[in-house]
Design a protein around this ligand. Structure first.
Ligand code: UDP
Length: 407
C-alpha cells in the first residue's frame, strides 16, 4: 500500500505539507466510515485507499459495512434507481425492510467515533442513533441526485437533516436541506494497482491471459453491469459505426455485493453481444484491479455511456492513462470532461457512434484529448486533493458557524 511520501513526485511537496498541517489538529480523532459493500463499485474503491492514508496522517480511521439480507439489497437497489430518477414503485414494506435492517445493524455498531462518515443511502438511517451521542455525523452522497424520485427522497430527507453536513459530488445534486451542504468531488489513486504505470510487456501479458486479441484497436467500457451504465446503448453505438471503423468492442464488468441486478443485466448484454463476433463481454472478479488497469491502457478509446452517474471514477481512471474518452454528459462526468478539449460528451447513442468514428479515424486528435484529460485529472481528481477536502470538512463540522479556523 502506497505511503503518502510516494505521492510527492506526482503532486509536489506543497500538497503533502498542507495535508500534514490540516491533519495535525485532528491527530488521534477517530473516524468511522460506513457503506454497504467492501468490494465493487466506486465507493469501496475510494475507501480502500482513503482509510489507510487518513491513518497515516494520524487519524484513527476505520471502515465498516452494513449487513443485510437479499431483501435489504433489493430495496436499496430500488432506492438507488429511484434516487437516480427511475419511476420505480417503492412499497411501505420496502421502507420497513430498510428500517428493520438498519435497526439490526445499530445493535452491532456502537457508532461512538468522533466522526461518523456515512456513505450513500443504504446506511443513511443509522443517524437515528445520533441523538444519544455527541459526535459529528456526515452523509456522503456519491450518487446523482439531480432528479430524485420524490417518494424515496421524502422518506430519506428527515434522516439526512439529522446530519451535521452532507457532501455531494457535483453542484447539480444539491438539495433544499436544513443542514450545510459541501461539494467534494471523488478521486482516483494514481499509485493503486488500478492506476499505477504498467510496463507494456505486463499489459500485453495480462490481455493475453484474459484472451483479449490485440489485432484491432479496442474500444472499452468498464462498468458494473447496470442499466444506468447503458451497456446495450454502447453495443448499439458500436454496431452503428461498425462498417466505418476497424475496432473491437470490449464490455468489462463485475458485480458488487450490494447490486442484485448485475447477473440479469450481464445476461442481457451477452445475448445482445452475440450480434457480432467483434463484441467481447468479460466478467471479472471485483478484485481485478491490475487487469482493469491493463485493459484501460491497451484501449484506443474508452467509453462511459452512463445515463445517470454520481461521478464515474472510470472516466478519471481512463483520462489519467491519457486515453480519449467518450462519455454521457450526466451527473459528475462533465466535471471531468470539457467537450472537445479533454474528451467527448454525448447525449445519445447517435452521439456516441459519431464520436467513436471521429476518434478512431483521427488518432492524433484522440491523443490530444487524452493528454488534456490527464492534466485535468492531475490538477483536480487525485486522492490527495480529496484527502485535503475531507480534512477541511472535519474541521468545518467541528467548528460550525465559524468563519475562520486557526490550525
Ligand atoms: N470496476 C472494477 N471492475 C469492474 C467494474 C468496475 O474494478 O468490473 C471499478 C472501476 O474501475 C471503478 C469503480 O469500479 O474504479 C466504479 O466506479 P464508478 O464511479 O465508475 O461507478 P459505480 O460502480 O460506483 O457506479
Amino acid at each position: 500500500m502506497a505511503r503518502l511520501e510516494e505521492y510527492r513526485s506526482i503532486v509536489g511537496s506543497d500538497t503533502l505539507e498542507e495535508l500534514a498541517l490540516l491533519a495535525r489538529p485532528l491527530a488521534g480523532k477517530s473516524v468511522l466510515n460506513v457503506n454497504s459493500t467492501a468490494v465493487g463499485g466506486g465507493v469501496a474503491e475510494i475507501l480502500s485507499r482513503m482509510v489507510p492514508l487518513l491513518q497515516e496522517l494520524g487519524l484513527d480511521a476505520r471502515w465498516e459495512v452494513v449487513k443485510g439480507g437479499e431483501d435489504f439489497y433489493a430495496v436499496t437497489k430500488k432506492f438507488h434507481n429511484a434516487l437516480h430518477g427511475d419511476p420505480t414503485t417503492v412499497t411501505p414494506k420496502d421502507f420497513q425492510v430498510y428500517e428493520d435492517t438498519l435497526d439490526e445493524n445499530l445493535t452491532r455498531l456502537p457508532l461512538e467515533e468522533d466522526f461518523i462518515f456515512i456513505h450513500d443511502p443504504q446506511p443513511a438511517a443509522l443517524v437515528k442513533k445520533r441523538r444519544a451521542l455527541k459526535n459529528r455525523w456526515m452523509w456522503r452522497c456519491h450518487i446523482d441526485l439531480s432528479r430524485p424520485s420524490p417518494a424515496v427522497w421524502e422518506f430519506l430527507k428527515p434522516y439526512i437533516e439529522q446530519y451535521d453536513a452532507c457532501v455531494f459530488s457535483a453542484p447539480s445534486f444539491a438539495q433544499s436541506l436544513r443542514v450545510p451542504q459541501m461539494l467534494i468531488a471523488p478521486s482516483i489513486d494514481p499509485l493503486s494497482d488500478k492506476n499505477r504505470e504498467l510496463p507494456t510487456t505486463e499489459v500485453r501479458d495480462i490481455l493475453e491471459r484474459l484472451g483479449i486479441p490485440n489485432d484491432k484497436p479496442l474500444v472499452t467500457q468498464v462498468s458494473r453491469f447496470d442499466r444506468l451504465k447503458d451497456p446495450l446503448g454502447v453495443i448499439e453505438a458500436f454496431l452503428k459505426v461498425k462498417p466505418y471503423i476497424n475496432a473491437r468492442l470490449l464490455l468489462v464488468g463485475g458485480t458488487a455485493d450490494d447490486d442484485p441486478e448485475g447477473a440479469q443485466v450481464l445476461a442481457e448484454v451477452r445475448e445482445r453481444a452475440k450480434a457480432d463476433p467483434d463484441i467481447l463481454v468479460l466478467s471479472l472478479p471485483p478484485t481485478s484491479h491490475v487487469e482493469i488497469n491493463a485493459i484501460q491502457r491497451a484501449s484506443a478509446v474508452i467509453i462511459q455511456k452512463s445515463l445517470r452517474e454520481g461521478f464515474g471514477l472510470t472516466v478519471s481512471e481512463a483520462l489519467w492513462k491519457g486515453k480519449p474518452v467518450i462519455a454521457g454528459a450526466v451527473g459528475g462526468i462533465p466535471l471531468q470532461i470539457t467537450h472537445k478539449h479533454s474528451g467527448a460528451l454525448v447525449h445519445t447513442t447517435d452521439g456516441a457512434a459519431y464520436w467513436l468514428k471521429v476518434l478512431l479515424n483521427d488518432p492524433a486528435f484522440a491523443q490530444r484529448l487524452g493528454e488534456s484529460g490527464r492534466e485535468h485529472v492531475k490538477q483536480n481528481f487525485l486522492l490527495t486533493r480529496h484527502l485535503r477536502e475531507y480534512l477541511m470538512l472535519f474541521h468545518a463540522v467541528l467548528n460550525p458557524g465559524t468563519d475562520m479556523i486557526r490550525l
